[in-house]
Write a protein that binds this ligand. Sequence first.
Ligand SMILES: [Zn+2]
Length: 413
Amino acid sequence: MKNKILLCIADGVGDRPCEVLGWKTPLQYANTPHLDQLAKDGQSGIMDLYQAGTPVGTDLGHMCLFGYDLKDYPGRGPIEAFGESVELLTGDVAFRSNFGTVDEEIKVIDRRAGRIREGTKELAAALSGMQIEDVTILFKEATEHRAVLVLRGPGLSDAITDTDPKIEKVAVKQPEAKDGSEAAKKTARILLEFQKRSHEILSNHPVNKKRVEAGLFPANYILTRGAGSMPDIKKITQQLKFKACCVAEESTVLGVARLAGFSTMTDPSFTGNIDTNIDKKAELAVEALKENDFVALHFKAPDLMGHDNKPKGKVEAIEKFDELLGNVMNRLKNADSGNVIIALAADHSTPCERREHSGDPVPILISGKNIRKDHVEKYDEVSSAAGAICRIRGKDLFYTLLDYLEVTKKEGN
Ligand SMILES: [Zn+2]
């Protein structure tokens, strides 16, 4: 029977013992019958996403989960671009951007143009496709005041300073080359020209004229930060010839998945929090398994609770994740999707006491009828550490899973 992989990622689920939980971790404290069943039916271990003792962001954590390395990491700009479905080519330079409001002296009045919600699609369309020297501008609106800017052309560099001053009532910063290279100087020149031309176009745009009439801040300037250049990396799905899909709501996760060559599924009822629609998530994941060899299912809430230092909230988020897995397992009983191997993992730990990501390893497991079983019967940081997988890295988990799909290259003869 053909194996399929369902990798379920509980964002930031790893933690440390918490006093309010009687010095248990949220995973140890939570009631998780489905996660524990998966532990019984498979093998467990712990995982350092990149390397022991190095905290990673959600973006790099997911890159490791999808088989990449730190050297492949393109920076936030390109990942945000993929998150907004802008397909980048090698050499493109992408920036995270804001629609902002400036006065006649190009001083920032509002970094978010009054948190503009409507009309950004029309404004972006008025800028995208602009040609400056031999460089083409791609510009796409994102949620509210956010947008992505991509410069496409020969000889560009991401060694460019941010133009967003991050505070208001000061002048927009000029883009500058961080090094003396011709490529960086050219990129700075083109970005400055884009900002000048776009300021003129935006100032005269009907959307902004209406905003001014209504007493709202016009979105008349593009502030940029987080320049990143698209490295020469292959989509892992093309390289290893398998079909993959990611079910998620967070644009960072969707961006990494698209960069890796995954198709994506999302839904407006996915909130990225504890009240997300887990029934719909389970439905989409099981649907995706029909057409794909590998499906990643992302659940955000545990990370938010870690950042807010809410151990009990994290317990609740974990119990919701357990419910999601129960829903998935139930649906799989009646689905004709081949032999689905379920793996549990996280993209990093977010200990409540730290309110930030840490380098603590995360618990993992691989579960299924044809998976070797060890003696671990519970999914948590301590129980999992006693399992047969021992301690591996994110990339190792990915390649271990892909070997069940029989797409990993045999070495030797
Ligand atoms: Zn994360």
